[in-house]
Design a protein around this ligand. Structure first.
Ligand code: ZN
Length: 321
């Protein structure tokens, strides 16, 4: 550093003085370093300029790619819920997506069923698209496991924890090595006849009163029974179909067979499978006795169940319990 500021502004003819030379070299050495941070780059081979050297490209070099996702605050960034089967999975995770695809197929088309060595097949003359297999509580445990697997699929749509008990008879509709539908029947003695034409009116009145319509309701006189149905699948049009209430006569009627639950996989609906299951149950539920359609009773039917019951029995005044 120069000793005096006046020395820095000294004219060139005075720069030969030994003192001034010493000060300037000290300043350059201590403070005025220039560091070159650039290195020479290779000439672009495509520019056609001066570099004649051939360039070899690594064609077979293995490269690894990664899928990136941008988080813009979307609600399903980490977990996406399938609107059909209700399963939550991580988009972009191959294992997660594979698991979902397998489950989705089982839910919509039916779980895989390779058949049992000893099957109790219910003969149905009009059935050529599959077969109806009956499961009883006394069947072997491997059969029970398969039935419980089917019931878990049913529970996604119609609620869990109530479908199966030890007195139930279960009818499986098997087609193309998959269980396309299931009917769970139970012995009952009494049921109540639905007041004909009450279905549409009750739905309308329930909505008017602001009553929650997410549960199935049965009314006997002044007593109303409600079953809460926890739907994991948020499908507006389907949930609207499931809503509603029915009104029944207060006096019970004798009944022989109760349909506790009936369910057909989503991609197999409108193929007459539910009707075939009802036919199988009607003909085999009471050994040695073929029931009349009017003797079957439906447990707290949903709107879709009411339509099926009315269509199958041929009357809106079917039995419910
Ligand atoms: Zn799905």
């Amino acid at each position: 550093m120069q000793s005096k500021i006046s020395a820095f502004f000294t004219s060139t003819q005075d720069s030969s003085s030994p003192n001034n030379d010493h000060d300037l070299s000290t300043w350059e050495n201590q403070q005025h370093h220039i560091i070159n941070t650039y290195t020479r780059r290779r000439v672009n081979p495509r520019s056609g300029t001066s570099d004649p050297q051939p360039v070899t490209l690594a064609k077979n070099k293995k490269r690894s790619y990664a899928q990136f996702h941008l988080d813009f605050g979307q609600s399903d960034f980490l977990l996406r819920s399938c609107s059909t089967c209700g399963i939550k999975f991580t988009p972009g995770d191959p294992q997660d997506e594979k698991s979902h695809n397998e489950f989705h197929k089982s839910y919509t088309q039916g779980i895989l069923f390779r058949g049992w060595t000893k099957e109790n097949v219910i003969p149905l003359p009009s059935l050529d698209t599959g077969r109806v297999v009956l499961f009883l509580e006394t069947d072997r445990s491997s059969h029970r496991k398969k039935v419980e697997e089917v019931v878990r699929m049913m529970e996604i749509e119609i609620g869990s924890g109530w479908i199966l008990h030890e007195r139930c008879k279960v009818y499986l509709f098997v087609s193309l090595n998959r269980v396309a539908g299931c009917l769970v029947a139970e012995p009952i003695e009494k049921a109540f006849r639905v007041v004909s034409g009450s279905v549409a009116g009750s739905v309308h009145s329930a909505k008017k009163r602001g009553v929650t319509t997410r549960s199935t309701t049965l009314q006997f006189g002044n007593v109303i029974f409600q079953r809460e149905v926890h739907r994991k699948v948020a499908n507006v049009s389907d949930s609207e179909k499931m809503e509603g209430a029915i009104f029944c006569a207060s006096e019970p009627t004798a009944a022989a067979g109760g349909i506790r639950a009936i369910w057909v996989t989503p991609s197999n609906r409108r193929k007459g499978i539910a009707t075939q299951l009802l036919e199988a149950m009607r003909k085999s539920f009471c050994p040695g006795l073929e029931l009349e359609r009017s003797q079957l009773a439906f447990s707290q039917p949903t709107s879709a169940g009411k339509a099926l019951a009315a269509s199958y029995t041929g009357t809106g005044s079917f039995l419910a319990y």
